[in-house]
Design a protein around this ligand. Structure first.
Ligand SMILES: [Zn+2]
Length: 287
């Protein structure tokens, strides 16, 4: 399948190079008005340790300055979400971060009664959590009962799950719960276009955020031909993200966002619009 596709699209590499040569100066001239914005950020974190140094009004200003008009915000507590909702113009889509709250980053899946604890939070909080994550999980841990319980809960309650993990984890999740809606963070542990393509075909209920992947997607400032082709073939399955897992990433948000914008602008307008904004709006509509 892969080699057939590659052969069929052989001239593509040349086309990208030619487009870059022809459009490069044009894109520079047009960049302020090129219709990339607004942006939907599918991978933000906000935690207590960040809030101390980067308060909600700083987040609000950062999102505003970077044209982030809607964002998936992963946070361990409802009060963090509420503080952002009251200070930000952006639409905040809250995802519950349970790993460090109920366990540790890499062993949360062995916490007993995890499902019950998560359900208690969901039932108690005033925030309408739309998903759970980010969940770091490696292939060896994919059979942990609490992970399987969480997948079941996600389907029952119509919640998304953000998985930062190996391909085998995704396969196991869909073997158990074909309906579960997974947001595969960073295009998975092995973000090779051929592998990603295979998983998009196999798992139609999965979408991908390509946060942290700018160096692979846009090496040297020219979009990689295989990624380009993948985005054109599956424009409705990708989202961007700036992954503010650290304070420094909130503080340098604009640089990160500009790194993403650099390759979005090399895509055809309609594809860039879908990945930058429309997919997020469609998949995570306002309640
Ligand atoms: Zn993250």
């Amino acid at each position: 399948m892969e080699s057939t596709t590659a052969q069929r699209r052989f001239p593509h590499v040349l086309a990208v190079a030619a487009a870059a040569l022809l459009l490069g100066p044009l894109l520079l001239i047009c960049s302020p008005s090129h219709a990339i914005e607004p942006l939907f950020d599918a991978h933000l974190h906000y935690r207590d340790t960040q809030a101390e140094r980067f308060p909600p009004d700083a987040v609000a200003r950062t999102l505003d300055e970077n044209h982030i008009e809607a964002a998936i915000m992963m946070a361990p507590r409802a009060s963090l979400i509420e503080s952002l909702e009251s200070s930000s113009q952006a639409r905040i889509i809250p995802f519950l971060e349970i790993a460090q709250r109920l366990g540790r980053k890499m062993d949360w899946m062995y916490v007993e009664d995890l499902r019950e604890q998560v359900e208690a939070i969901l039932d108690r909080d005033a925030v309408a959590w739309r998903g759970i994550g980010e969940l770091h999980i490696q292939a060896d841990d994919r059979f942990a009962p609490s992970f399987e319980d969480l997948l079941e809960l996600a389907v029952e309650r119509n919640l998304w799950i953000v998985i930062h993990g190996d391909p085998a984890v995704i396969d196991h999740a869909y073997a158990l719960q074909p309906e579960v809606r997974i947001l595969w963070a960073h295009a998975g542990s092995y973000a090779y276009p051929s592998l990603v393509r295979d998983y998009l075909i196999r798992h139609p209920n999965m979408v991908i955020d390509v946060s942290m992947r700018n160096p692979r997607i846009n090496p040297g400032g020219i979009i990689d031909a295989d990624w380009f082709e993948l985005f054109l073939d599956y424009p409705d399955r990708f989202l961007i993200g700036n992954d503010t897992f650290s304070l420094a990433r909130w503080e340098h948000f604009t640089v990160l966002k500009d790194g993403t914008r650099d390759w979005l602008m090399q895509l055809p307008d309609n594809v860039a619009r879908m990945i930058a904004w429309e997919n997020g709006q469609r998949l995570f509509p306002a309640p």
